[in-house]
Design a protein around this ligand. Structure first.
Ligand code: NIG
Ligand code: FE
Length: 434
């Protein structure tokens, strides 16, 4: 039996616990369930109680002597951040493409010339499972240091059975070995591989007949994602892949309307996707369809910034009733970052989301986007004790002091995996009393 943990006197405890069940939009996205002088009691990796310091002190008075007590005075405490969209398992890196884009090449030009996703696919096909594990562990460690305790990860840098399975098996192993929780998505339809060039429909049939059944039989993925974009997969091909995936129990997700408006948001609503990703160029009709269907918009403002594109219309989507989640999109081409705090900053700066909406999008709504809202995404009795203590005193300060990692400590399932960092960047930060 591990010792109970009592976190007390948090200047602000953002529980994200509200009466609204399911992903939040409109005014519900601003309700952070704040408790001043907040307090959490954790035992066996599970949150046992949430309340004010006085309430929990009274309730656990007979157990206080056995507990690890942490005085969080002057600090904000939140649920562990959730990143619902990453391509975290990949080989190599593509820094030369970054230069090429600054010199004027576009993302699609580079990809069509055999770079981009194809370049990473070559490096991922060549990498051994051990090499992929090692590289991915480094990235997962960095996620944890940025306050992220659950990460969705996609395959899609193989586009052949062998490498798609290699990526998914790496995720399965890391789910068992690494502190972070990994949620796997099959994305064999990330690009048409060179060996199928000009035979796109044949590749779709190959994916459906030869890849999906194996992924499902080995239970290697929960979600099925498609890059629905002009020059990649058409809405018709995407629909077919997602519909057949459903027959195998895989929940649809879709990379939609990133580069050009292409009906991706509409398709997400039509196939009942849990989320649609990117949406930089989503049409008004698409946004309306998503609001009606309850599709979560998973927005990636770091990707938009990195590609020097206008960000998605986060403000408009929330006002229209679409629940918004945010994510790093961590990948070697369009968003090589593991910083969810930066993504929260950018959600405010480039999508005009409020600081409260950005925190909801990175916690509870993000958990909804990967079907995990019953276990994580808010601080409530019975949920996993995934908790972050920040070097700021409230959620506004977290979003206001941008581009800096304000993580002080991270608990994953009640175990303190990041510990005691006092950043010097916040002139307002108070010396931690531990
Ligand atoms: O979500 N848009 C497609 N896929 C990734 C990028 C992958 C890459 O460039 O390697 C994305 O941005
Ligand atoms: Fe992506």
């Amino acid at each position: 039996m591990t010792k109970p943990i009592w976190i007390k006197h948090a200047a602000q405890l953002a529980t994200l616990a509200t009466d609204v069940k399911g992903p939040r939009s409109k005014e519900d996205a601003s309700n952070l369930g704040l408790i001043e002088n907040g307090s959490l009691w954790i035992e066996d990796g599970i949150i046992q109680a949430v309340g004010t310091t006085e309430e929990l002190e009274e309730r656990y008075k007979d157990k206080l002597a056995q507990a690890d007590i942490l005085d969080a005075s002057n600090h904000l405490v939140t649920p562990g951040l959730v990143d619902p969209h990453t391509h975290v398992v990949y080989g190599g890196s593509r820094e030369r493409e970054f230069e090429m884009r600054l010199e004027g090449a576009t993302y699609m030009e580079i990809m069509n010339a055999g770079g981009g996703i194809h370049a990473t696919a070559r490096m991922t096909r060549e990498a051994t499972e051990a090499e992929l594990m090692e590289q991915t562990i480094c990235r997962l460690n960095s996620f944890l240091e940025h306050g992220v305790t659950t990460v969705e990860g996609k395959s899609g840098y193989g586009m052949n059975i062998k490498t798609e399975l290699k990526q998914l098996r790496v995720m399965k192993k890391l789910q068992e070995q690494h502190a972070i929780d990994l949620v796997p998505t099959f994305m064999g339809a990330h690009a048409v591989p060179p060996e199928f060039k000009g035979r796109e429909d044949e590749f779709v049939e190959h994916l459906i007949n030869d890849m999906l059944p194996v992924v499902a039989a080995e239970k290697l993925a929960e979600f099925n994602d498609v890059f629905c974009e002009k020059g990649v997969f058409t809405p018709e091909q995407s629909e077919r892949i997602l519909e057949v995936g459903k027959e195998y129990g895989l929940i649809p997700k879709i990379h939609a309307d990133e580069i050009e408006p292409y009906g991706g948001a509409e398709l997400a609503a039509k196939v009942g996707a849990i989320s649609a990703e990117h949406l930089l160029k989503a049409s008004d009709e698409g946004i309306e369809a998503m609001a009606k269907a309850g599709t979560i918009a998973c927005l990636l403002p770091a990707t938009a910034l990195y590609l020097r594109e206008e960000a998605a219309q986060g403000r408009k989507m929330i006002d229209a009733g679409v629940p918004v989640a945010i994510s790093t999109d961590c990948n070697p081409g369009s968003s090589p970052t593991t910083s969810m705090p930066l993504v929260m900053n950018l959600a405010c700066i480039s999508m005009r989301m409020t600081p409260a909406e950005a925190l909801t999008a990175a916690t509870y709504n993000a958990a909804c986007a990967i079907n995990r809202e019953k276990q994580i995404g808010s601080l409530e009795a019975g949920k996993q004790a995934d908790v972050v203590l920040w070097n700021v005193k409230n959620y506004q300060e977290l979003q206001y002091l941008f581009g800096v990692n304000h993580v002080h400590s991270v608990w994953k399932k009640g175990v303190r995996v990041v510990s005691g960092k006092q950043t010097k960047a916040n002139v307002n930060a108070h010396v931690f009393s531990e």
